[in-house]
Design a protein. Structure first.
Length: 300
């Protein structure tokens, strides 16, 4: 978003917060179309230092096609100014329309660390969808607190690597971790999945995260929780305690799948232990893709 557009929305304040909430709640197509018209009308009336906001907010005609994306953009610009919307957004985490609930989850991330106490509080809510989306939001916040390093590739491309949580954010993230660890024991599979991924996003200390992830994985039916595998793989050699369980799972899952989450995790943690299984996996894929040469042809 253009710098002047951000300044304009922050200058407008509460009216922008109320509009962003309406955009977040948008469901049916007719409602979205109506909101698009209202947004354009509203922007046409707003001014910053005498300059129409619509002239600064140049991308709004494109983004306004999707009210939910517009909601993200406004809350991203407002940041902590959006704090008054937190109670409403928390309630929307349980909305029956998943698009609305997902938008509320993202909006809470954009508001920032002021949302953390409310999000932790609803991790024990009776509604599993609220618990799941709260964990997703906390993971998004954790990721936003981490150091990002730009990496330039040999071909001139640019990539980014996520580092540890920045020192200034560690006090905010500390209360989140015990709450997410507890969510790994949740009765709902989706909540456990979201918590596992969020722990990785928050770069939780492996000394507490890895044992909890292993315990959670041991209780999963058929060991089918890709987010736990992904989180364990994130810790690399710091998750070496998971190698025996991963070896057991990989042996049970010996089949030619395009993606084997357990094997990927094992490879990241202990490449040598994974080597023989990767070779077998490659051979099975090659065999699957081979064109038979001895298949009899049909008679003319």
């Amino acid at each position: 978003m253009q710098e002047k557009a951000v300044e304009a929305l922050r200058h407008i304040g509460m009216p922008a917060v109320r509009l962003a909430l309406k955009l977040c709640r948008a469901k049916e197509t007719s409602s979205k179309e109506s909101l698009k018209e209202k947004l354009e009308e509203w922007l046409g009336k707003q001014k910053l230092y005498g300059v129409p906001v619509a002239e600064l907010y140049g991308f709004h005609q494109v983004v306004a096609e999707n009210p939910h994306a517009q909601s993200w953009e406004i809350f991203a610009a407002l940041g902590s100014i959006g704090k008054p919307a937190i109670p409403s957004l928390i309630k929307l985490l349980g909305n029956s329309d998943r698009d609305v609930a997902d938008t509320a989850s993202s909006d809470l991330v954009y508001i920032g660390s002021d949302t953390i106490p409310s999000l932790i509080n609803v991790l024990t809510n009776h509604n599993a969808q609220i618990r799941e989306n709260a964990a997703v939001s906390l993971g998004g916040l954790g990721e936003s607190f981490r150091q990002v390093t730009e990496i330039k590739g040999t071909n001139g491309g640019v990539g980014y690597a996520m580092g540890a949580v920045q020192e200034r954010f560690k006090p905010q993230i500390q209360p989140v971790l015990p709450a997410l660890l507890q969510c790994l024991k949740d009765e709902d599979r989706r909540v456990r999945s979201a918590a596992a991924f969020a722990l990785m996003q928050c770069d939780a200390d492996p000394s507490s995260a890895v044992p909890a992830l292993i315990a959670a994985l041991e209780k999963e039916t058929n060991y089918s929780m890709s987010e736990i595998f992904y989180a364990l793989g994130h810790y690399k050699t710091n998750a070496s305690a998971a190698v025996p369980l991963l070896l057991k799972i990989v042996k049970l899952q010996q089949r030619p799948l395009p993606i084997n989450d357990a094997l990927n995790a094992l490879h990241r943690i202990d490449p040598e232990a994974a080597k023989q299984f990767i070779e077998k996996w490659k051979a099975s894929i090659t065999s699957m893709n081979a064109i038979p040469t001895n298949v009899p042809t049909s008679a003319p």
